[in-house]
Ligand binder design. Structure first.
Ligand code: DX5
Ligand code: ZN
Length: 220
């Protein structure tokens, strides 16, 4: 089954309520919360996302999918963990040792959230293999993290395939989520490669009918 996680990064100011409700009506499976700290990536969306996520929690029953693009992972895990998200994903590159990665995984589980580990486009996916038995999701970035509206990096298709094969060969039950430049065209490619959670921001927000585009993205 393929699921869609709608990125709220570029929702127009003043249009939050109507957009969030329309995304829910359009049957997004998750709200994707892009948390940026101005250190790990240039932009800073930290407070805005904290506010948006807690607002969504009040008006919707849909799960939150929190994507932490931050250097200080433990602090962000506690700030966003308090909102009871379904999934918290952190970047492998933000951690300085395997011990730190394992500590973060335990910390997220302490909030009773699922754990996601993410790799940037330049990071070899084999680097995260040792952690796969302890996580629920691998988030493969298909653009450089930092902003919405970028073009899908086609080299990432192979990375998705490689990770998918490893997961299958090792009998692991892990979702493969992809993030960045996902639209109706690239969706087919990533789904064929093994991705089963598709993050989409621009493609959904630009569409006339959220329900229609989400349905198309989910088609397998
Ligand atoms: C990029 C973010 C993505 C991005 C998705 O750093 O993690 O979630 O905003 O947006 P689109 O679909 O516009 O690439
Ligand atoms: Zn994201």
């Amino acid at each position: 089954m393929v699921e869609v996680s709608a990125s709220i990064l570029n929702v127009l100011p003043g249009k939050e309520t109507e957009t969030f409700l329309a995304l829910e009506k359009g049957k997004t499976d998750y709200f994707h919360i892009d948390v940026m700290d101005g250190v790990f990536v240039e932009k800073n969306t930290y407070d805005k996302m904290l506010e948006a996520a807690s607002y969504i929690k009040r008006i919707s029953n849909l799960p939150l999918d929190v994507h932490l693009m931050v250097k200080n992972v433990p602090e962000a895990v506690d700030d966003f963990g308090a909102l009871a998200p379904n999934l918290i994903t952190f970047h492998y590159e933000a951690c300085s040792s395997p011990e730190e990665v394992m500590k973060v995984i335990q910390q997220i589980k302490g909030w009773h959230a699922k754990v996601g580990i993410s790799v940037k486009p330049d990071t070899d996916v084999t680097k995260i293999y040792p952690f796969l038995p302890y996580v629920h999701t691998v988030l493969i970035m298909t653009v450089e993290p930092g902003k919405g509206g970028q073009t899908f990096l086609s080299d990432m298709t192979q990375k998705i395939q490689k990770c998918h094969s490893y997961i299958q060969e090792n009998d692991l039950e892990i979702d493969i989520e992809v993030d960045g430049g996902i639209n109706l065209k690239t969706a087919d490619t990533v789904k064929a490669a093994g991705a089963n959670i598709l993050v989409a921001g621009t493609a959904i927000l630009k569409a006339v009918d959220f329900g229609e585009i989400i349905k198309e993205l989910k088609k397998s």
